[in-house]
Design a protein around this ligand. Structure first.
Ligand SMILES: Nc1ncnc2c1ncn2[C@@H]1O[C@H](COP(=O)(O)OP(=O)(O)O)[C@@H](O)[C@H]1O
Ligand SMILES: [Mg+2]
Length: 442
């Protein structure tokens, strides 16, 4: 019983069936009571009309009653239809109720244990005759005919309830079909549901499911691409490292030193690549570390200090011509990663002896970190693609994974910021890439 209740509580179809069936039964009961009452009173009126007609006949034909009473029972006539005639000028001794001065119309009289419906007429020769019918019998006739009026209703209600349930079940068929379709293993990986074959009411729901499925499909595809690219990126340096390690033993002592250095450099590059891969994978996740108020100037100076060995190696002239310190609300390591990737790119892709300028400004509700270099810039047709993971410029000879800008974009989109890349056209000291980072102020 509890199970059925729970099912009805959860299922719209069961609830709809139960409520409509209940409404049909209640309305049928009310209409049954009404039609029983109306039929009952109409049957009474019909019987009164019979008495009235009979009276009119007696009056018009001048019929006189010989004796005190007359039973109008005729063979083959239903016993219930009996009408008795009584002469009111000769009341029977046990019949005091039928008084001589009864009015010439209808009345109901109780005689001992019986009740009578009486209609009094006066004939042309002054005889007053009472046409009487047994009230109990009249009630029985009226009840029978009223009950007969209920019969169609008694048959129709169960048929109606069954029909309603059948129609509702059919109406909900598309919903069951939809569930079947979703459960069926599909050859189409996108597993789209045909939106045109479902009723209008559930179409928005199906559109949302399709959108969800397509997002899911795209994110799975992205993950697949990332894993394939990561495997590819890692395979090359690791294979090279293995080969170097294998040949190390066979080398002369003096050569071994050089090879060992190369091996160490290779291992270092692989470590950096792995760190980039992990950073990218992490940047896809929801952050688990708390946001903090960070000084942009402090983190930028930290990044530049950490990159000094590269700056010196490439003899880069790095400076901060404009500093307007602002605070942003970010995970500190995210801010560090963003600035480090941009400044690192500028140093890496600028030729020996080049210049890099880092400026910090407040722009409306944003903090702007602008990094300008004197490198070759990025060909216009590659400007959009460089933000994609694993995309590396066609014209660069530097080592890299192609993940740096993808990581920056991911972190910025989560922080409500954005990155703008353009080739500098100021014709002055810089003619390389201009990277503008905008982060909402704290
Ligand atoms: N300052 C820059 N000057 C010229 N090209 C750049 C600069 N920054 C990035 N790029 C180009 O964008 C590509 C993607 O950069 P990034 O995502 O950091 O990957 P990676 O540096 O590992 O190659 C680089 O391969 C390079 O071609
Ligand atoms: Mg880079």
């Amino acid at each position: 019983m509890d199970g059925i209740k729970r099912r009805i509580g959860r299922s719209i179809r069961a609830r709809l069936s139960a409520w409509i069936s209940l409404v049909v039964v209640i309305i049928s009961l009310i209409s049954g009571v009404l039609s029983f009452t109306v039929s009952f009173y109409e049957a009474h009126e019909l019987q009164d009309d019979q008495l009235r007609q009979f009276g009119a006949l007696i009056k018009r034909q001048g019929i006189t009653l010989q004796g005190a009473s007359l039973d109008l029972a005729v063979n083959n006539i239903d016993h219930e239809a009996r009408i008795y005639l009584r002469d009111l000028s000769h009341p029977l001794s046990d019949n005091e109720e039928f008084a001589h001065n009864m009015p010439d119309s209808f009345s109901t009289i109780n005689e001992q244990h019986k009740s009578w419906r009486v209609y009094v007429v006066e004939t042309v020769n002054g005889q007053r005759i009472a046409l009487t019918q047994d009230t109990a019998l009249r009630n029985e006739i009226a009840r029978d005919s009223a009950l007969r009026a209920l019969f169609p209703l008694l048959f129709l209600v169960p048929i109606l309830v069954t029909l309603i349930n059948f129609i509702i079940a059919r109406m909900f068929l598309p919903v069951s079909r939809l569930a079947e379709e979703l459960n069926r293993p599909s050859s189409d990986e996108r597993c789209r549901i045909d939106e045109d074959s479902v009723p209008d009411e559930i179409q928005p729901f199906v559109v949302s499911i399709n959108r969800l499925l397509s997002n899911l499909y795209e994110s799975v595809e992205k993950q697949k691409r990332f894993i394939a690219n990561a495997a590819h990126e890692l395979r090359t340096p690791i294979t090279a490292l293995c080969l170097q390690a294998e040949t190390l033993d066979a080398e002369e002592r003096s050569d071994r030193e050089v090879k060992f250095k190369r091996l160490r450099a290779g291992l270092n590059r692989t470590k950096i690549l792995l760190e980039q891969l992990l950073a990218h994978a992490r940047s896809q996740d929801e952050p688990k570390l708390p946001l903090e108020i960070c000084s942009v100037q402090q983190y930028t100076q930290e990044v530049i200090a950490d990159l000094i060995p590269h700056v010196q190696r490439k003899q880069i002239d790095i400076g901060m011509p404009y500093i307007e310190d602002t605070n942003v609300r970010m995970i500190p390591i995210d801010l560090y990663t963003v600035v480090k990737n941009i400044v690192d790119n500028a140093i890496r892709y600028t030729p020996l002896g080049g210049q890099v300028d880092v400026s910090l400004r407040r722009r409306f509700e944003f903090c702007e970190i602008c990094v300008l270099d004197s490198g070759p810039g990025i060909p216009e047709h590659e400007l959009v693609r460089v933000k994609e993971p694993f995309f590396r410029g066609s014209e660069n000879l530097e080592q890299g994974s192609g993940l740096g800008l993808a990581i920056v974009s991911q972190i910025l989109s989560r922080a409500g910021g954005k990155m703008v890349l353009s080739n500098s056209v100021d014709g002055g000291r810089h003619h390389g890439l201009k990277v503008q980072i905008f982060i909402p102020l704290a």
